[in-house]
Design a protein around this ligand. Structure first.
Ligand SMILES: Cc1cc2nc3c(=O)[nH]c(=O)nc-3n(C[C@H](O)[C@H](O)[C@H](O)COP(=O)(O)O)c2cc1C
Length: 193
């Protein structure tokens, strides 16, 4: 897992559909509150829909970078060299959009779900691990607010966009930011034995 990195430069090299299906199967083995599995993984490969998603995402990102993010946020992002432009949303062969269910809709009747946020977070962790295990790369992308994804993908009212993940092979010339991970001692506390 140490070798997994977020990638922002993708190749357009095709990825077999079966690989994406298996990645989603792996993600949906995640634990969830009362086993409600409150997620939907929407897969987009259609160039016209990818184009619509890129346009809407760039509009939100432009606004965020210019007007919504404060100085501290922009300073924290600076080493990653990101900006409002998101070409990768059209280049990556697949976009997986994870939707979080706030309740289940079964035959028009509402059913409760529990800890949907935690459950979807874990499922996305599984998803990222499976993508990496398959030799592919992804970016965990949050061009907020992400309501445009519900509109473009015509999702029902019980689902809210959670994460947008371009998935594919990393571009040959792909570089990633030179970041360091916190050490074990920094991220763990062991109670005295
Ligand atoms: C919840 C979440 C949201 C993120 N949103 C974005 C994003 O919108 N754009 C982006 O370029 N990276 C985004 N990232 C990626 C982080 O910048 C990246 O995970 C972090 O810099 C560590 O790099 P690594 O994933 O290569 O280990 C996000 C990551 C997480 C977990």
């Amino acid at each position: 897992m140490e070798e997994r990195r977020s990638v922002r430069n993708f190749s357009d090299r095709p990825v077999p559909k079966e690989v994406i299906e298996n990645i989603i199967r792996a993600a949906s083995t995640a634990p969830s509150g009362a086993h409600k599995q409150p997620w939907t993984f929407c897969v987009v490969s259609n160039p016209e829909i990818k184009k619509q998603i890129r346009k809407a995402a760039e509009e939100e990102e432009y606004e965020s970078y210019k007007n919504r993010m404060n100085e501290e946020w922009l300073k924290d992002l600076a080493p990653l060299q990101t900006d409002w432009k998101k070409e990768f949303l059209e280049i990556a062969p697949y976009l997986i959009i994870v939707f979080k269910k706030s309740y289940e809709l079964k035959e028009g009747k509402k059913e409760a779900v529990y800890y949907a946020l935690e459950s979807c977070g874990i499922a996305c962790g599984f998803l990222l691990a499976a993508i990496h295990h398959a030799g592919l790369a992804a970016l965990t992308h949050t061009p907020s607010p992400m309501n445009f994804l519900s509109r473009i993908l015509n999702r029902p009212s019980n689902e809210k966009p959670f994460l947008l993940l371009p998935v594919g092979y990393a571009a040959e010339n792909c570089l990633v930011p030179d970041i360091k991970r916190k050490k074990l001692e920094e991220v763990s506390e062991w109670s005295p034995s």
